[in-house]
Design a protein. Structure first.
Lengths: 312, 278
């Protein structure tokens, strides 16, 4: 997925001379082809996230479109003020690409686990946030990124995920129904749609419950037309995210639901996400997701209980 | 360390006093502002806007203009005075500073104030943005220069030194850092809060071509900006030795005048009396 993201930037750069790539001390060989073909537009700077964001802002003021890449925790936590002021206050078209969104860097520990990036980035005005679930979706969204007038944060997953969005031509700001159902939905972002689809299969097989998956590759701005239909027309919704529940994707769904007219029938909504804690375990992303109560079995159990008892 | 002692006692001429009176209009109009931080900047901005910067107030975004970022955004009243004086906006707007509908806030905002290149106020942001603009000039084959004015307390921020390394790496001879070295930050003396010395040595070791000047001496500043054109491959730093609150003896070197959020009748009288007397 990361490779697809970077390759797409290279493809875009071939057509658009204003596209610039800025890395913060990435691994050797990253985007070598870009570097060879467009050395003037390829910048590999040091471990200086704050200044790299400012540098990108300065370039965007001069009508360039910088794509900035480093590890997700570093591009969100370390330079948060620069993202807010230099990019978002000025509403400049800079794309931030965060490697290892969520628990991808499980074995590297809490310094590298982006457990709250959705929450902190979502609260910044003017910032668009996308969290693709597979390489197909990533490619479509990155192709669309050049059309944005303001800043963008791209949350990159582990890579190698099964392609499950091939029937859709994803666009920034548009949600999709990956699996249709009548009354019950998982609303997902990032790779949690994979887990939700597994849960749907399990629920059908074990409980004969039909569940759907509504997938939001764009976390902000929400596809409100799509979302209001889901909330109004279904009965139970569980949002699923690889991020702490506080202020995350699920919170944004609840915020939106609270704005819908109180006289309308609305689905009950529950949030599933990471716990309010730093994870003390290592292992793999999947192991940490399971440990955090985000396995397909956890999703299935929660949905079943939500339907049967209206509580989790 | 400074190569030679810079004499700071200098009598201000009519233009410098006039520009200070414009700052006072902002201060009294809004009833607040960073007075000390603005007064140390006046001559630096005056010489740049009067004699060296390329700009067109009618086309503030002209692509050939020189870029000036006031990274120490809290000194913005001095910038507002110059921009009004150069007709980027009407002088009468100065009196609206900090009021509800004003375009002039306590820190300068891009998009609101014509001539302001970037919103600043949080310290240590301007240098990196300026580096991006300076690199862009080279990519776009444009001859404009980028000037970033920082405060001395501001360069406590690590981001300043990061940006300096990047400027040096890219040999940005079109990138100018100007340090308003009035030696007093919010709480007190820079020497006591976080000593910057040996500042010249530090800047040189980060790759700058460094000069020092009396930041209130208009002739020395003019001489410096005339000479500096010859540089070839290094970013350029100018340490301006200044006096916080310069021009108002009761405010000079007095941290209590770094920022004022109200003025007593006595203070208003003192300020007016001083401006009139001159």
């Amino acid at each position: 997925m990361r490779q697809t993201c970077l390759n797409t930037i290279y493809e875009l750069a071939k057509k658009n001379k204003k596209i610039i790539f800025i890395g913060s001390d990435l691994g050797p060989g990253v985007l070598d082809s870009f570097k060879k073909k467009y050395p003037d537009r390829f910048f590999m700077e040091g471990v200086a996230e704050q200044s790299i964001i400012g540098l990108a802002a300065g370039m965007a003021f001069e009508n360039f479109r910088p794509y900035v890449n480093t590890i997700a925790t570093f591009i969100t936590r370390r330079c948060y003020e620069q993202v807010i002021i230099d990019l978002c206050l000025h509403n400049l078209p800079v794309t931030l690409i965060g490697n290892g969104g969520g628990l991808v860097y499980a074995p590297l520990g809490p310094t590298h686990q982006a457990i709250e990036d959705i929450s902190i980035m979502r609260s910044i005005p003017n910032l668009t946030i996308i969290s693709p679930s597979d390489a197909h979706e990533m490619k479509n969204l990155m192709l669309d990124s050049v059309n944005l007038k303001g800043p963008l944060y791209v949350r990159i997953a582990r890579g190698g995920e099964e392609i499950i969005t091939q029937k859709f031509k994803s666009k920034i700001g548009k949600a999709i129904k990956l699996k249709k159902a009548k009354d019950y939905y998982f609303i997902t972002t990032g790779i949690t749609n994979h887990i939700a689809l597994e849960a749907c299969k399990f629920l059908k097989k074990s409980e004969n419950i039909d569940c759907g998956v509504a997938h939001f590759s764009t976390i902000k701005p929400l596809d409100k037309t799509f979302l209001s239909k889901i909330i109004i027309n279904s009965k139970k919704i569980i949002t699923v995210e690889e991020n702490v529940k506080a202020g995350g994707f699920g919170s944004s769904i609840l915020e939106f639901s609270s704005e819908l007219s109180s006289t309308r029938k609305k689905a009950d909504i529950k949030i599933m996400g990471l716990k309010d804690k730093f994870l003390e375990k290592y292992g793999t992303q999947r192991e940490l997701l399971d440990y955090s109560g985000l396995s397909f079995k956890d999703l299935s159990k929660n949905m079943k209980n939500f339907i049967l008892h209206s509580k989790i | 360390m400074m190569k030679k002692k810079v004499e700071l006692t200098i009598k201000l001429d009519k233009r410098s006093l006039y520009l200070r009176s414009l700052v006072v209009e902002c201060l009294f109009g809004g009833g607040r502002g960073h007075m000390g931080s603005a007064m140390s900047l006046i001559e630096i901005l005056r010489v740049l806007y009067d004699n060296f910067l390329k700009y067109n107030p009618k086309k503030p975004k002209d692509k050939t203009r020189d870029r000036l970022i006031l990274s120490k955004g809290h000194g913005c009243l001095a910038l507002y005075a110059l921009l009004a004086d150069k007709k980027f906006f009407a002088k009468k707007i100065l009196r609206s500073a900090s009021k509800f509908n004003s375009i002039l806030g306590g820190h300068p905002e891009y998009g609101k104030v014509p001539g302001v290149e970037a919103s600043t106020g949080a310290l240590g942001h301007g240098p990196a943005i300026g580096v991006g603009m300076a690199i862009s000039a080279k990519l776009n084959k444009l001859n404009y220069k980028t000037f970033v004015i920082v405060g001395d307390g501001e360069i406590n921020e690590g981001s300043f030194w990061e940006s300096s390394m990047i400027a040096s790496k890219h040999k940005l001879n079109n990138f100018h850092i100007i340090i308003d070295y009035n030696k007093i930050q919010s709480y007190g003396k820079t020497k006591e809060i976080l000593d910057l010395e040996p500042l010249r040595f530090k800047l040189e070791s980060f790759g700058y071509k460094v000069s020092e000047v009396n930041g209130h001496n208009v002739n020395h500043l003019k001489k410096y900006f005339t000479k500096i054109k010859k540089n070839r491959d290094k970013p350029i730093a100018l340490i301006c030795h200044t006096i916080k609150g310069k021009g108002f003896p009761f405010a000079e070197n007095n941290p209590y005048w770094h920022h004022k959020n109200s003025f007593t009748e006595k203070e208003v009288k003192e300020i007016n009396k001083f401006l009139e007397k001159k």
